[in-house]
Ligand binder design. Sequence first.
Ligand code: SF4
Ligand code: SF4
Length: 379
Amino acid sequence: MQYRNLCGEKVSILGFGTMRFPILDKNQKRIDEEKAEEMLDYAIENGVNYLDTAQPYHGGESENFVGNYLKKRDLRDKIFLATKLPAWLIKEEADFDKYFNEQLGKLKTDHIDFYLLHALNAKSWQKIKDFGVLQWCEKKKAEGKIKHIGFSFHDSYSVFKKIVDAYDKWEFCQLQYNYMDLEFQAGEKGFEYAIKNNIEVIVMEPLRGGQLSKDPPLEIEKLWQKFPQKRSYSDGALQWIWNKKEVPILLSGMTILQHVKENIESANEAKIGIFSNEELDLFENIRIAYLKRSPFFCTTCKYCEPCPHGVSISSVLGLYMMNVMYDDLKRSQFSYDFFLREENRADKCIECGECEPKCPQQIEIIKWLKESHKVLNKD
Ligand code: SF4
Ligand code: SF4
């Protein structure tokens, strides 16, 4: 295993994301503990020293399982433990302590090494900021209960910049970042802005939840064949991230032992500057080829929002793009059904036309919302 510096700590370049353990039931809650323990054992024996969990993972069971595992193996002092404040559940200032103490209890520890404000977006950030989350974080740091403070993020670049600018003591942030998502959410601009502001970047979703490890369509497969060294699609995607000296660690949510083995093999071969400029151009060509599969390119900038009638325009269009780019109808339909409330779906568009002139990509929003609902709605 190789190690890089994150906030002054020596962390393995591969971190274990604990949201996709093998499960025993359909609702993702009951972790198959025997298999999950075997995966963690293998990862840790091979040098992984960073575990990332969160309050909602596996319906609240991930923190419990990780805490029990570390205790059982007596590993707490050898592992950097990351968990996150569920920002969307906070209703009053007292909730900061309530959730944090619950997490310490579940994780069977007296401190968290890397504590993140989870999945910040414009709304959740404003709310917890008004409740004094930054002052609360500083208090916990002073008490030694949190070692490093940061946030994970799912919104547009402009919101990311606002959060970065609001506080000069962020130590790290966690971003969805891979060779495809350069213009998605915080994107490349956000990555660079964080670095410029001395905020370290932990990379999440390096394989876009598995989309970048699947066999690609033929035109993209042909581009992969041009690489001088043969790599699996996942290895290529991971190496693209480790290639950057600014990235201390990437997190992978592994589901089977084979994933752990493959990722560790990749991590052992990682090197800063492993790719030539020609190879980096090939990744860019692959990105463009994926984008070309979509009839429009929504960058999720959200300039068109809010829609006065409640439609989550960027989320709907993003899911439509995900389907056509990665041939992933099943997951797109699932996300449309599971993550989007009925009042935010595309069929709530009354075609008032307010949004379209605001779109810098000149997307025919009304037309594509109709098409998206037709394709994504399972009812
Ligand atoms: S055209 Fe539809 S999506 Fe756009 S603002 Fe009007 S109702 Fe909302
Ligand atoms: S539809 Fe246009 S304005 Fe709206 S998020 Fe997408 S790119 Fe931005």
